[in-house]
Design a protein around this ligand. Structure first.
Ligand SMILES: [Zn+2]
Length: 590
């Protein structure tokens, strides 16, 4: 084996030594405070000829601020009881809010500059490297209200808009779902109940789902209140800015056009038949006429092959090698230099993430590895994120801030490479079926579940313009959206999904759904092209990743893939990658 005896815990000392008591870290935090104050002064007295100096300072401060935010994120994840880290995190969060306000001031100063002078200033070598980001900020500022009005709105949003989201979290935190099993009564949290709903025992899934729905119905009024006010606030802001379309802001954030979004959903819609066949087959394998909502994510078997951490590392590096030797080499380095925290122990935060250190040009990956195929996929996924940031190491900070839809491109691509190889290498038929089923289930989540969220959310926001939307109507809208997205293929649906899905209550980012499907499908399209082109694809792929924060997605695909993402034909290539898995699954389970 290439990699042997790997350590499963990460090394954070090479960033700031000494953990949450690090002197170096505290010094960096006070440096940022001083830099923010100086930057604010500079921008208040902004003149066009000082723009280069201001942008330099912005990038330097942003990089250091993000270095520290990443570091404290790692500290709080590795030990949820690190009180000192939690205190520092609070401090950095408020510093980040100050940074954002300072940038809004800069955006407005830039919007005041006449076009001719502005374009001339951006021709200089330094500013031209971040011209896309600066133009984008300036354009958006000119479409918003005045600086004073926007600043007042942001201030009021803290105790208005955002607090509805906090209130929702409080309601969810108090929910207890009482279930009885084998004569034993217990109270489950929402998260625990959701885990039980993927149990292999159908009786258990059904009982828990019924109780779970009752619990949401009880809190329905509070959730509806919160959701109506979040949407109401957003609609009012858009009305004042004279933005007619609720999708304008989310599309802007993801640097994509409505045509692209529509083409993506169209390609999915036109090819749903096969996924319906998969759901039907799954029903018959479970001995059912049709699946109910709580059967969609049920496991088919317990065939699970485990890998050691060393084996997983070698497997991943080997598979990456065939697509991109640079990605393989980078991943090998990440394993050897202990950039990954994978140890299976208590006291860690659940879930996985990848975080970047733009000053040191390093990344760290966090997860809990217990050897399952899904752990191996997660590890590959996070290494994909890390590689994306690695290929941008030498770029200016403002040219590295890519949006959520393309952020999931490198990660899902890496995951696809590894999960496809796992299917090919499966030792038994059962193992192969289990791996394929896992992939098909993911496609159903992106093509059907997230599609339902999108249909519901856009329709709800339209209705909300006319007034408050009742619990009964929300249930109706949700059920209609689910039936449509799942092509009427299920026996029963989840009317209270609008209450139980926290994504609808996120106020930092509007419409937190379609970027997931975009990332999944965009990377599948890239994967299809990569398989066709072979080894020559690597350079093209890296060039595409480097441009992810410097142009719109339409320009990105045209420049690097010669593809038109506003047309369904492009997206169909990605859907076909997912269809291959389902076809093989249907073949093997005949
Ligand atoms: Zn990801």
């Amino acid at each position: 084996m290439l990699l042997q005896g790997l350590r499963e815990s990460w090394d954070l000392d090479s960033i700031f030594s000494g953990g949450s008591r690090s002197e170096e870290f505290l010094t960096a935090i006070s440096n940022i405070e001083a830099q923010l104050a100086a930057l604010n002064k500079k921008i208040e007295n902004f003149q066009l000829d000082s723009m280069e100096a201001v942008v330099k300072d912005v990038q330097e401060t942003a990089a250091l601020l993000n270095e520290c935010i990443s570091f404290v994120g790692c500290l709080t994840a590795q030990d949820v009881n690190d009180k000192q880290a939690l205190t520092l995190r609070g401090k950095l969060e408020s510093m980040n809010a100050i940074y954002c306000t300072i940038l809004v001031l800069l955006d407005n100063k830039m919007a005041e500059i006449p076009d001719g002078d502005w374009n001339k200033a951006l021709e200089g070598e330094y500013l031209s490297s971040v011209a896309f980001s600066l133009n984008e900020r300036r354009n958006l500022a000119s479409q918003k209200l005045s600086y004073e009005q926007e600043a007042l709105m942001n201030d009021l949003a803290v105790d208005g808009y955002h607090s509805w989201s906090t209130l929702y979290d409080t309601v969810v935190g108090k929910i207890g779902i009482e279930v009885e099993q084998n004569g034993k009564k217990e109270t489950l949290s929402v998260g625990q109940a959701e885990n039980r709903m993927t149990s292999a025992d159908r009786q258990e899934r059904e009982t828990v789902f019924t109780k779970y729905t009752e619990a949401w119905a009880q809190q329905g009024d509070y959730c509806a209140e919160a959701l109506n006010h979040i949407a109401g606030f957003r609609n009012s802001v858009y009305r004042h800015r004279q933005w007619d379309d609720v999708l304008k802001e989310p599309l802007d954030i993801n640097r994509m056009s409505a045509d692209t979004l529509n083409a993506m959903w169209q390609a999915i819609d036109e090819n749903k038949n096969l996924f319906v066949s998969y759901l039907d087959r799954k029903a018959s394998l479970l001995g059912l006429e049709k699946l109910s909502w709580h059967d969609v994510d049920a496991p088919l078997s317990s065939a699970d092959s485990k890998m050691s951490y060393d084996e997983a590392a070698n497997f991943i590096v080997e598979q990456f090698q065939s697509f991109s030797p640079k990605m393989a080499e980078f991943s090998k380095k990440a394993f050897e230099k202990q950039w990954i925290e994978a140890e299976d122990r208590t006291g860690k935060r659940p879930g996985g993430f990848c975080t970047g250190f733009p000053v040191k040009n390093e990344t760290r990956i966090f997860m809990t590895f217990s050897g399952t195929p899904s752990n191996v996929s997660t590890l590959a996924h996070e290494l994909g994120h890390a590689f994306h940031s690695h290929v941008m190491d030498d770029m200016p900070y403002l040219a590295t801030e890519y949006a959520m839809n393309v952020a999931e491109t490198a990660s899902t691509f890496a995951e696809l490479v590894v999960s496809d190889a796992a299917v090919r290498n499966a030792k038994t038929k059962e193992e192969k079926i289990a791996l394929l089923e896992d992939k098909a289930q993911r496609s159903v989540a992106f093509f059907m579940n997230i599609h339902a969220r999108f249909l519901f959310e856009t329709r709800f926001y339209e209705e909300r313009k006319k007034g408050l939307v009742s619990v009964e109507r929300l249930n109706e809208l949700m059920t209609e959206a689910q039936k449509e997205a799942f092509c009427n293929s299920l026996e029963s649906y989840h009317p209270y999904f609008w209450a139980s899905k926290l994504h609808f209550y996120i106020t930092d980012v509007p419409f937190y759904n379609f970027p997931y499907t975009f990332g999944y499908l965009f990377s599948a399209c890239i994967y299809a092209i990569a398989k066709q082109e072979g080894s020559s694809f690597e350079e093209k792929y890296i060039a595409l990743l480097r441009d992810t924060a410097s142009m719109t997605v339409e320009e990105l695909a045209m420049k690097h893939l010669n593809e038109d993402v506003t047309k369904p034909a492009f997206w169909k290539k990605g859907v076909e990658v997912a269809m291959e898995d389902v076809t093989e699954f249907l073949e093997l389970t005949k």
